[in-house]
Design a protein around this ligand. Structure first.
Ligand code: Q9C
Ligand code: ZN
Length: 339
């Protein structure tokens, strides 16, 4: 059986050329070339994959996860920023300052965590279609049409919370999918992007129906810096339903697999969810330009097989992965392991 791949071409419209990082103005790593690499590799393995277009989603689907100000701010950008231009938030107010106005672009920094996630006229359209792929993939899984679905989400989502965006993420696609799946049963989200899935963690932090697990780089050294520590375990009813596993620079495939096998898989088995969401980033790859783990292409296949051993209906979202020449092969290696 072919694995459904949800994707919409308008996800490629958004294309900021630069980000501001700690060295200054640099080429933006999260660009449409990444997706072309993935599409090419999927088409090469076309016996195994079938492309499906997502249905459009209404704003209310997004607002079940994100505050409505997001939509107003992105819409403001859509209506006011000239084509080819991007607004980089450069002002980040603190609690004692006045309330935010999502109809004022100069207040964008209120909602945004970094200078890597600019707003452009196409942000809303691309981010909405990205969320729609995740939502349609979730519906597909619920209808029992396939036990494995891949949402080719771009822009990525795992750094977007209910009330902030950042880290190249505008809407939390995995959370939108989880929210849909939750209608039918509990959900485990395993985030294996190099970076901590802070947005996803925060959305479900008080929730015991969604177990959030993230394996990632030590947040003392890497984005998102302010969360991802092992002592963040959830709160209230959600206490014990968030698991963070920060790892050392240079972590290789063997260590990653060991952590997954010994810590993550047993926790998910204990939780016994109805559905599994994998927030997959290939920025753990040894040649990734902005990360420092050491995984290789075959490692993704082995890791996926370990996750497949859970034998759960599984939805994969695409998060990071910035070494474009190998990105498609890494994604196909991973998806093939799940198949
Ligand atoms: N020039 C995801 O992987 N800061 N986001 C990096 C490097 C932000 C990564 C600066 C990294 C965000 C989805
Ligand atoms: Zn990442």
């Amino acid at each position: 059986m072919q694995t459904p791949v949800f994707f919409h071409a308008d996800q490629l419209l958004f294309s900021p050329p630069y980000e501001w990082d700690k060295r200054g103005y640099v080429k933006h790593p999260e660009n449409p070339k990444r997706i072309n690499s993935i599409l090419k590799a999927l088409k090469k393995a076309s016996g195994d994959f079938v492309f499906l277009e997502p249905d459009p989603i209404s704003q209310s689907v997004i607002q079940q996860v994100h505050r409505s100000d997001f939509l107003r701010l992105y819409q403001l950008a859509q209506e006011n920023i000239p084509s080819g231009q991007y607004f980089y938030p450069t002002f980040f107010p603190k609690a004692h300052q006045r309330d935010s106005d999502p109809d004022n672009i100069h207040h964008a920094g209120y909602y945004c965590t970094d200078t890597s996630t600019p707003l452009g006229p196409e942000t809303l359209i691309s981010a909405t279609w990205s969320a729609a792929t995740a939502y349609s993939a979730a519906s597909h899984l619920l209808e029992g049409k396939s036990n494995l679905v891949y949402a080719l989400t771009r822009p990525p989502g795992h750094h977007a919370s209910a009330d902030y965006f950042g880290g190249y993420c505008y809407f939390n696609n995995a959370a939108i999918a989880a929210n849909r799946l939750k209608e039918q049963g509990s959900v485990a989200i395993i985030d294996i992007d190099f970076h901590h899935g802070d947005g996803t963690q925060s959305i479900f932090y008080f929730d015991n129906q969604v177990l959030t697990v993230s394996i990632h780089a030590d947040p003392n050294e890497h984005f998102p810096y302010f969360s991802g520590h092992a002592n963040e375990i959830g709160e209230g009813a959600g206490r014990g339903f968030n698991l963070n596993i920060p790892l050392m620079p240079g972590t290789d495939g063997d260590t990653f697999l060991q952590v997954l096998t010994e810590l993550v898989v047993p926790r998910i088995k204990e939780f016994a969810p109805a559905f599994l969401i994998v927030a997959f980033g290939a920025d753990t790859y040894h040649k990734d330009p902005i990360c420092d783990f050491k995984l290789d292409t075959p490692d993704y296949n082995i890791i996926a097989k370990q996750l497949a051993s859970l034998n759960l209906p599984t939805l994969v979202t695409q998060e990071g992965g910035y070494f474009v020449p190998a990105l498609g092969d890494n994604v196909v290696s991973f998806l093939s392991g799940l198949r």
